[in-house]
Write a protein that binds this ligand. Structure first.
Ligand code: M1P
Length: 235
């Protein structure tokens, strides 16, 4: 059976922003005739804020925190109690002090069920402050090198670059690929994400979804375009 799995930030919405109203209507309609799932590094509160209750109720399941916290029709059906080791916090605080990026807005280490999100600029950043960090990160590839170092120092932990300003960190078994255990071998999985390159938080699921179709998109408009194209080719 065909199953459609979508990342949220950068795939259904601009990162940390809400879904476009026209696309929202179209997507809800799409959910009415297809089995749709969401998978994101974000927590449920943010997903609800970004895609709204109607989308949350229309999809079969939402895998928050990269699959560590699972919701069906707004009800939590599974969660993880993993906690990061103390040594990791020391390392993250070290980077927080050492980064040449000058701005700190607060909430730099956000604890979520089964994972933490680390952000040098801080999760309290405004859109303009986020833009400054995105520019800095594009130039210095800071998140990539922090994630690389964490993966090197903590073999039992997986750090991936997700969204535009943060790093998703959890136990090594707990990346987006963990959600595949909920699907049947006979399912044909279509996965849409914007961070499928190695080191990106969609990469582990793309890699594990060997028999399915993985579609790397540029943004939500590209997702909409690709879905329309697929539908046109099917008819
Ligand atoms: O899904 C990955 C991340 O996407 C967004 O990241 P950022 O704010 O850095 O653009 C956020 O929704 C974040 O919570 C999430 O982990």
């Amino acid at each position: 059976m065909n199953k459609f799995i979508f990342d949220v930030d950068g795939t259904l919405t601009p990162s940390r922003q809400t879904i476009d109203p026209e696309f929202e209507k179209w997507f809800i309609d799409f959910c009415g005739s297809n089995d749709v799932y969401l998978v994101t590094g974000s927590d449920y509160a943010k997903t609800l804020e970004q895609v709204g209750t109607d989308v949350c109720m229309s999809v079969k399941r939402i895998y928050n925190c990269s699959g560590a916290d699972v919701y069906e029709k707004c009800i939590n059906v599974r969660t993880s109690d993993w906690k990061a080791p103390k040594e990791l916090y020391s390392l993250l605080n070290g980077w927080l002090q050492a980064s040449p990026f000058p701005l700190r807005t607060g909430n730099h280490i956000e604890e979520r069920p089964g994972m933490i999100n680390f952000s040098i600029v801080g999760r309290n950043a405004t859109m303009d402050e986020r833009k400054l960090y995105i520019k800095h990160d594009l130039e210095f590839r800071e998140r990539e090198s922090i994630a690389f170092q964490i993966n090197l120092d903590f073999p039992e932990i997986s750090a991936t670059v997700g969204g535009e300003t943060g790093i998703d960190i959890g136990p090594s078994y707990s990346n987006k690929s963990q959600i595949l255990s909920d699907f049947d071998k006979s399912d044909k999985i279509f996965f849409y994400g914007d961070k499928m390159e190695e080191g990106g938080n969609d990469f582990p699921l793309k890699k594990a979804n060997k028999n399915g179709i993985n579609c790397q998109v540029k943004d939500w408009k590209d997702t909409w375009r690709v879905l329309n194209e697929n539908i046109a080719n099917r008819t």
